[in-house]
Ligand binder design. Structure first.
Ligand SMILES: *Cc1c(COP(=O)(O)O)cnc(C)c1O
Length: 407
């Protein structure tokens, strides 16, 4: 499918206030020295977003490099197996690099280029955002340093190798628990010292303003396409739209363009071993208000205010916070929350694979699990739109272990 430009609405609606507040959430909690660079970034984003040339270049890359528009697929076999509403999948798994993350890294790298920055840095947990950043850095010929918790570099060795192949430098972080939240802190620390020539590419709708807004806008192509494709294929909008939430970027990408429509919006958190097990990543369902990564949001912290370790079968959902706009939408009652355990996600992973011949990412399998549960309670003429945020190739080792299989 070629890119029909009329699908893409460039108006920014539901913007935060000047300091980046969505309700009481968000804001700019950053070192004094970063206030200048954040303001500069805000101005650059605003001017880029208003510039047709910026969008022409972005759309050209989204079409020819990323492979947009991604298909909307009516999963008839899965719908029949579930028995209920028709299930439609937005196929972000078919993008270059295999997940939605590239929509954002393309946008931010273009902005870096426009601002004359020759070096980009990023934080990564599972390595997916690191790979998406290293990919665009290779293509734009930019120097690229990726901060990654030492623990994660061991758990996610293939992604470390991918980043190295792409020419990026992976910097293991030993502080704290040597995982994502520590990598975030190190990346921010680097940026404080290097912002004159360095662009910090944040991987989800988090960070200090303007990141949550910017990342949402770069991912909005997902929901804009899906909305147009649903109307084209079914003549109406979906009744429900479902996406999994780590930081919330694929969820905001899908749901933002549908939020003014009569569509029920559902975000699905990772319940790990269960919401009451203490081992999950459900920041909205089980978190408290606090500050993480430069913004006020819901996060998982203990009574002393220490950020807690998280658990999920899917490394990409294993983030102790959540984007501030999702926190605000949840508080305002415009976003419904659901969750899926490791077990439920694995079952959904297997079911989609067997019924449709599509192997989903374990992250996306959480959205599938909840989406199927919801569809089962609905009528045949209704529809549920699920964001298939990525493909499952990266998860083969995890799944093999869990199923006790060998090659
Ligand atoms: C990283 C990732 C996620 C979670 O990140 P969000 O910012 O919440 O979208 C979900 N799905 C896939 C496939 C991912 O790689």
């Amino acid at each position: 499918m070629s890119l029909d430009r009329s699908m893409y609405d460039l108006n920014i609606t539901h913007a935060p206030d000047l300091m980046g507040h969505f309700g009481v959430f968000g804001g700019m909690f950053a070192a004094e020295t970063l206030m200048g660079p954040l303001q500069e970034l805000k101005d650059a984003f605003q001017s880029a977003w208003a510039d047709p040339q910026f969008h022409a270049e972005r759309m050209d890359l989204l079409e020819h490099y990323v492979g947009r528009a991604t298909p909307l697929y009516h999963a008839k076999h899965l719908s029949n197996a579930v028995g209920g509403a028709q299930i439609y999948l937005k196929r972000e798994d078919l993008t270059h690099t295999g997940a939605h993350k590239i929509n954002n890294t393309i946008g931010q790298a273009l902005l870096a280029k426009r601002m004359g920055k020759k070096r980009v840095i990023a934080e990564t947990g599972a390595g997916q955002h690191g790979v998406a950043t290293a990919t665009v850095a290779a293509m734009f010929n930019m120097e690229c340093d990726v901060y990654m918790g030492r623990e994660d570099t061991i758990r996610q060795a293939p992604n470390v190798f991918r980043m190295k192949l792409l020419g990026a430098n992976v910097i293991p972080v030993d502080s704290g628990s040597a995982t994502l939240k520590d990598a975030l802190n190190e990346a921010l620390r680097d940026w404080v010292a290097s912002c004159e020539h360095t662009f910090y590419i944040i991987g989800t709708v988090a960070g200090p303003h303007p990141y949550p807004l910017m990342v949402r806008q770069f991912h909005a192509v997902i929901g804009q396409e899906a909305r147009a494709q649903m109307l084209q294929q079914t003549g109406k909008l979906p009744d429900v739209a479902v996406a999994c939430v780590g930081g919330g970027s694929n969820a905001m990408g899908l749901l933002h363009p549908l939020r003014d429509d009569p569509v029920r919006l559902v975000a699905v958190e990772a319940a790990g071993y269960g919401l009451n097990s203490g081992q999950h990543s459900a920041s909205l369902l089980r978190g408290k208000k606090g500050i993480l990564h430069g913004n006020l949001t819901y996060l998982l912290e203990d009574d002393e205010g220490q950020v807690e370790g998280t658990h999920s079968i899917s490394a990409g959902l294993d983030y102790p916070g959540v984007g501030p706009e999702l926190a605000a939408m949840f508080d305002q009652g415009v976003l419904d929350l659901d969750s899926a355990t490791d077990k439920e996600a694995l079952a959904a992973f297997q079911q989609l694979t067997k019924t449709e011949g599509i192997i989903p990412a374990l992250e996306s399998s959480h959205a599938l699990a909840a989406g199927m549960r919801i569809a089962a309670t609905m009528r045949e003429e209704q529809s549920v739109l699920i964001n298939l945020s990525g493909r499952g190739d990266k998860d083969m080792n995890t799944v093999m272990k869990l199923l006790g299989e060998q090659v």
